[in-house]
Structure formats: C-alpha cells, structure tokens
Ligand binder design. Structure first.
Ligand code: PHE
Length: 448
C-alpha cells in the first residue's frame, strides 16, 4: 500500500477519481473495494468483479483502473452515468456457502452510499448475485434476474457490440464488414465470448477460441465443434481479428510483438497494459478498436432498459449503431491525424473534456452534424437553480432553440470543428457566455 499512498504523482493522483472505499469483510477475510471515479455525469456505475488477488494493492489498482474506464464507457455515448467499479477480493478457496453473506454485506455498503454508486455483474458475478446484492442494496443494482424484475444477463448485449466492432474493423481493414470466411480468434468463452463465438460461427466466420475453464472449453469444442486454441498461444495465433473477451492487460510490449492479427476488437476492459501499447499496436500496423467502445454493449443496453426506459429492440439497435458509428469516426480521425486510436480517444480534447465540462455547467449542442460540448458561464448575479443543474438548463435551451446551422454563430463554430469557438448570445434575456468545444468524436446524440 505504501506505493499507492505516495503523494503527488502517485497512482491515486494519476487516477484522478472522487472516492475510494476499502472495507474489510471480517467474517470471511475478503476485501470490498469500491472506486468511485466520477459522478459528474450521473451516479458512478460499474460492475462488481469478484476474484482472488495476490494482495490488497493489486485489488485497489484494479478497481482504480476499471472505474476510470467506466467513466469513459458511459460518457462517450452520452449516457447519464458516471464511472465506478467494485472489486470483491476473496481469499483462495473461498467456500461457496459464505458467498451469500458476503454479497449481502456488500449490498449494505452500496445502500449506505445511497445512490452514489450503482453496480451490475462483471467477471466472477452473475444476475443471481445481483439479486442477492440488490435485496440489501435497494434500487442501485442493475441486471437482476427477470424473476427479480431486472433485465438479466448483460453478456449478450455486450456480444452484440463486439460483433459490431468486429464488423467495423473488418470493413476498415478489408473493405467489407462481413465476417464470412474471416479467421477470428476469440479469447474467452464466458458471458461475452460465448455469444460472440456463436454469433461469428452463425455468420460463417472461421472462428476459433481459447478458454481456461475446462467445462466451457468442452461446451464449445465438443458441443459446437469450434476449434480450440491453447490459451498460451492464443494471442500469437495467425488470424484476421483477435477478440479479447477475458481479462484486461493482455496487450503489452511482449504480447504485441508476437501478435499475428490485422485488428483487435473485443470487450475485455483495459486491454492495453499501458498507454504506450496503443502506439505499439499502431507501429505493427494492427488496428485497435478501443475497449470502452467495443465493450460498451452490456452497460449501455441494461442501463438504457432499466434506467432510461428503452425497449430491448431499441437497446440492441442503439448498441450496434453506436459501436459501428463511433469506431468508424475514431478510425477516420486517427488516420487523418496520424495517431493511434488509443491516443486519440485518450487525449485531453476527447471525451475527457466533456466530463470536466459538465461540472461547471455544460451540455450537448447539436450543430452541423456534430455534437458539441458547451461550457456555460452564467453572468455573475444570475442565480443557479440548485435543483436544476446548469447542464439540464442548457440542454433544454438548445433543444427548443437550436442554433441555426449557417448562422454567423453556426459558421464560426463550423470552422472550428475541432477547436474552440467563443459564442455569446442572448437567451431569454440572460446573457450566456458560451465556450463551445466541438469534438467530432461525439456521435450525434439521439434524443429520446
Ligand atoms: N461489466 C459491465 C461493464 O464493464 C458492468 C455493467 C453491466 C454495468 C451492466 C452496468 C450495467 O461494462
């Protein structure tokens, strides 16, 4: 822990999040760690990961990194959620009989947070677990089973997004989104990898998979006749697209040197071990679909269905359309600017700035096919309605009275499509100084 606590410049500073909750579960010896990275755009939301770790520092580091990824995941499509993640680190050989009690106590911690953090399943947890957690946590739990009134397993939705991402990279690299005959290696046949493998097989891809669980391996190998690749060599398998659907950190300086694929598109969170790996992939000529876009499906669909009133069909359409559209935009821009896709999405001008903008009051503005991020500076003396965040106010204004494209203001912004324009206008007698930061990475947001 010493390392984590090291002051300025240490991992906590680099994380830049809001709160870190570390709670020992004395009954079992487990640790419950909840990292609340950002609540700027809404309640910090992210899955609950449950597994064994070598030591507490590894648990905290995982939670920090994963929570930051969730902030991006939700912010990029413009969903009203912030980023967070929970990790329950259980001792080796954790007895299943102790699981419900631990999950209940964890649920109580979530209830105490009173809406600051919302969760769903992740590696090591399921909708059944969400029922147990939810019984104690109250309404802050996504993906309960249908019997408990939830939308259930997010895996198939995540898979849908991954299939869209695979199509997008194929279209980019081979000029055709079809996976027919494409050699595709899926790493992991679990909750997401499973339906991805089935989807690819059904679409006529030459799909193979790797998996560390014997029973899952049997299901797909013998059951479905999908060729198996030894997990030790899966990353170096010759293929068109590599699809990481297991744990993070699989793309690092060593593994990237051995890759024999044209593109990577999968759902695992934090696929790159470090930022420099984005450039390593690019130097090897491998197209990388950023994980927080390719893997958004479950979080997007379920939060949409359970919290925003989407239908299942709407959720499916949204996921596929968002992933495809956003990846093409990312690929176009990365190519035009000669940077890696990872660097592009991580630079300060991208989604990140939108997250900051919301804090001081900001909103989204649709203009000339772009979605702009708007920073609003209310003139001194104009009162802020505490119940109505400035964000909402601006959105409402923009909704009812959009800036006409081609107007002086509109053109000014259009010319600065990737820069910053300064606008001022009178709205309802109140002078607003508006700094518009147009980020073409933002997908035109569909209002519902
Ligand atoms: N494991 C999901 C993810 O990483 C977490 C999640 C699922 C969150 C569904 C909310 C709803 O995206």
């Amino acid at each position: 822990m010493i390392d984590l606590l090291s002051g300025a410049g240490g991992p906590l500073q680099a994380w830049g999040g809001e709160r870190l909750l570390v709670r020992p579960d004395l009954e079992t010896g487990a640790w419950i760690v909840i990292a609340i990275h950002s609540t700027v755009l809404g309640p910090a939301t992210g899955g609950t990961r449950m597994k064994t770790y070598p030591h507490l520092e590894a648990v905290v580091r995982d939670a920090l990194r994963l929570s930051a990824g969730m902030t991006l995941k939700f912010a990029a499509p413009g969903l009203p959620f912030g980023g967070g993640k929970a990790v329950i680190a259980v001792p080796p050989d954790f007895p299943p009989t102790e699981r419900p009690g631990l999950l209940r106590r964890y649920g109580e911690v979530i209830r105490e947070l009173d809406g600051l953090f919302r969760t769903g399943p992740d590696v090591g947890t399921s909708p059944d677990d969400m029922d147990v957690i939810g019984a104690a946590a109250g309404p802050f739990v996504f993906c309960r089973t249908a019997e408990a009134g939830g939308a259930g397993d997010p895996g198939p939705y995540t898979a849908l997004g991954v299939l869209a991402a695979i199509g997008a990279v194929c279209e980019r690299v081979f000029g055709d989104a079809s996976v027919l005959g494409r050699r595709i290696v899926v790493q992991g046949a679990g909750d997401v990898g499973g339906p991805v493998i089935r989807g690819l097989a059904a679409a006529g891809a030459d799909v193979s998979f790797s998996e560390i669980s014997d029973s899952l391996t049997r299901d797909y190998r013998a059951g479905l006749g999908v060729p198996f690749v030894d997990p030790d060599i899966a990353l170096a398998a010759a293929c068109d697209v590599l699809v990481p659907c297991a744990l993070g950190g699989v793309l690092n300086s060593e593994s990237i040197a051995g890759l024999r694929c044209a593109a990577v598109a999968g759902s695992a969170n934090n696929q790159l071990a470090e930022d420099a790996d984005g450039d390593r992939l690019r130097r090897r000529g491998i197209l990388y679909a950023p994980d927080f876009v390719a893997g958004v499906g479950g979080a997007m669909a379920i939060s949409g269905i359970e919290a925003l009133g989407w239908t299942v069909e709407q959720a499916e359409t949204e996921v596929a359309a968002y992933v495809r559209r956003t990846l093409h935009r990312v690929f176009d821009m990365a190519e035009a600017e000669d940077v890696s896709t990872h660097a592009l999405t991580r630079r300060p001008g991208a989604w990140r700035r939108r997250i900051c903008a919301a804090e001081g009051g900001g909103g989204l503005l649709r203009l000339a096919g772009y979605v702009a991020e708007v920073m609003v500076h209310l003139v001194p003396g104009v009162e802020r309605d505490p119940a109505q965040r400035p964000l909402r106010r601006v959105e409402a204004l923009v909704d009812h009275d959009p800036l006409p494209v081609g107007s002086e203001a509109g053109q000014h912004v259009g010319e600065h499509a990737s820069g910053v324009g300064e606008l001022t206008r009178h709205v309802g007698g109140v002078l607003l100084g508006v700094a518009v930061v147009l980020d073409p990475l933002f997908a035109p947001h569909q209002r519902r």
